[in-house]
Design a protein around this ligand. Structure first.
Ligand SMILES: Nc1nc2c(ncn2[C@@H]2O[C@H](COP(=O)(O)OP(=O)(O)OP(=O)(O)O)[C@@H](O)[C@H]2O)c(=O)[nH]1
Ligand SMILES: [Zn+2]
Length: 312
């Protein structure tokens, strides 16, 4: 099939999607057959069929970021360089949701970046910043941000831009943290593009319910992928026994357990439990491998959930 063209999937809606050619042109394409199901970020081979296109092949993916619960699997995007989890001083973020997203990224070998917005809101911001201490300690990049404030000042956007440069970043965040404000700030034409995409995909309504790719720069080197669906982040695709390896703070303490198949829940001589921080969580830990009580509690919760899951 010599007449196949290459393209990048920049939006998808049901059974059709929008494919961007290397010259920037976009057209609606339909995957041929079930095995050609595509997600945003996919590199595809397609051919012209009238005004539209037919996707004949999906190139092998470098990674696929997805969540899975008992009912279904939701793929967010493929071939990512990093996942940005946007949280805010207010509304208070769920550490469970944050930890789940980071585990899913780690499982696919994708870097993660946490951004804490609304630094103008005090004392909520300092409180949230402190809650993120275990994440900084385990090597995760955490950036402060202020997209707007009562006095009109903003901060942190330039540093954030440097972390996005030349990368393909999936942006995740619960409702109300400022995700649309961020996307619109980084991609001034985002609103117009979204409108264009909804019209092209003929969905009739706004495509905020689907994942969308935006180029940040005119050279098309830096991309933001905006995706909804951060709630109920299921990890059913992860093996319970893999969990500790996917949580960097726990992972750093592996290897010292008495039993090689230690679950780190109740076994004697567990090297993970030995590092779980007890006492005042506001006191800085003296153990460089300290695991916060919250992180360990989440590990136990996720482990129970993944051990219980029904297998099909
Ligand atoms: N105080 C303060 N408010 C902010 C900041 N950034 C955004 N906001 C406000 O937070 C609210 C939510 O912002 P959005 O951008 O709509 O948030 P979203 O995450 O897209 O939320 P959904 O539309 O519900 O998905 C808006 O009222 C913003 O004006 C900030 O740095 N400080
Ligand atoms: Zn152990």
């Amino acid at each position: 099939m010599a007449d196949l063209q290459t393209g990048l999937v920049v939006a998808s809606h049901g059974r059709h999607c929008l494919v961007e050619s290397p010259d920037g042109q976009r057209r609606i394409c339909h995957p041929r057959g079930k095995k050609n199901a595509v997600v945003v970020g996919d590199q595809v081979r397609w051919q012209v069929t009238g005004d539209e296109g037919s996707i004949e092949r999906v190139d092998q993916r470098r990674n696929l970021f997805y969540r899975q619960d008992e009912m279904r699997t939701k793929s967010f995007a493929a071939n990512l360089d990093q996942v940005l989890v946007l949280v805010a001083a207010d509304p208070e973020f769920s550490e469970s949701q944050l930890a789940r997203a980071l585990i899913a990224a780690q499982a696919e070998g994708i870097d993660a970046l946490i951004v804490l917005n609304k630094s103008d809101l005090q004392p909520a911001f300092d409180r949230a910043w402190a809650r993120l201490e275990p994440y900084r300690r385990m090597g995760c990049q955490v950036l402060p941000l202020r997209l707007k404030s009562a006095d009109g000042s903003e901060g942190g956007l330039d540093v954030l831009r440097q972390h996005l440069d030349d990368k393909r970043t999936l942006v995740l965040g619960p409702s109300g943290v400022g995700k649309s404000t961020l996307v619109n700030r980084l991609v001034p034409e985002a609103r117009a593009q979204t409108g264009e995409i909804s019209r092209a995909l003929n969905s009739g309504k706004h495509t905020t319910t689907s994942t969308t790719w935006y180029w940040v720069d005119t050279e098309r080197h830096t991309a933001l992928i905006d995706s909804p669906g951060f709630q109920e982040f299921g990890l059913n695709h992860i093996e319970a026994m893999q969990l500790a390896h996917l949580m960097p703070d726990l992972n750093a303490t592996l290897g010292d357990c008495r039993f090689y198949n230690c679950t780190h829940l109740h076994e004697p001589g567990c090297g993970v439990v030995a590092h779980v921080q007890t006492g005042d969580p506001d006191q800085p830990a003296t153990d460089p491998l300290a695991i916060s009580e919250n992180r360990y509690r989440l590990y136990r919760e996720f482990f129970a959930e993944l051990s219980d899951k029904r297998r099909y």
